[in-house]
Design a protein. Structure first.
Length: 121
């Protein structure tokens, strides 16, 4: 499939643009997505607490949690949710920040979400 240069640079409908027509930052796109889809955070949070309760463990990979959330949301809605893997680091940090009982659950690597956490705190 050939994609013209115009197609490569045109924004997708759900990706916000900044006011000067530059693509929004990853953090801005995450915030827009998170606000529009509160069910994703709610599902991730419920699954993280379920993991702790059922296994007694306090560590889990955000990738595993994300895939399970895809499964659960698909079953609930009958549609495949569009969960962008680029948002995993943001959700891991948000869960640990907002839910003290989940602090330390995810191993963190350096990410664009680090700067966002500083701004969002």
């Amino acid at each position: 499939m050939n994609i013209s240069s115009a197609d490569r640079t045109s924004p997708t409908p759900d990706v916000p643009r900044s006011t000067d027509e530059q693509p929004a930052t990853l953090a801005e796109r995450f915030e827009t997505y998170d606000e529009a889809h509160p069910e994703v955070y709610a599902t991730l949070k419920a699954l993280a607490f379920e993991w702790k309760r059922r296994t007694g463990r306090h560590r889990l990979g955000i990738a595993a949690l994300f895939e399970r959330a895809r499964w659960e949301l698909s079953l609930q809605t009958g549609e495949t949710p569009s969960l962008n893997n680029d948002y995993r680091s943001f959700y891991a940090r948000k869960l640990m920040r907002d839910e003290p009982a989940l602090e330390g659950m995810f191993e963190l690597r350096r990410s664009a979400a680090d700067a966002w956490m500083g701004d969002a705190a």
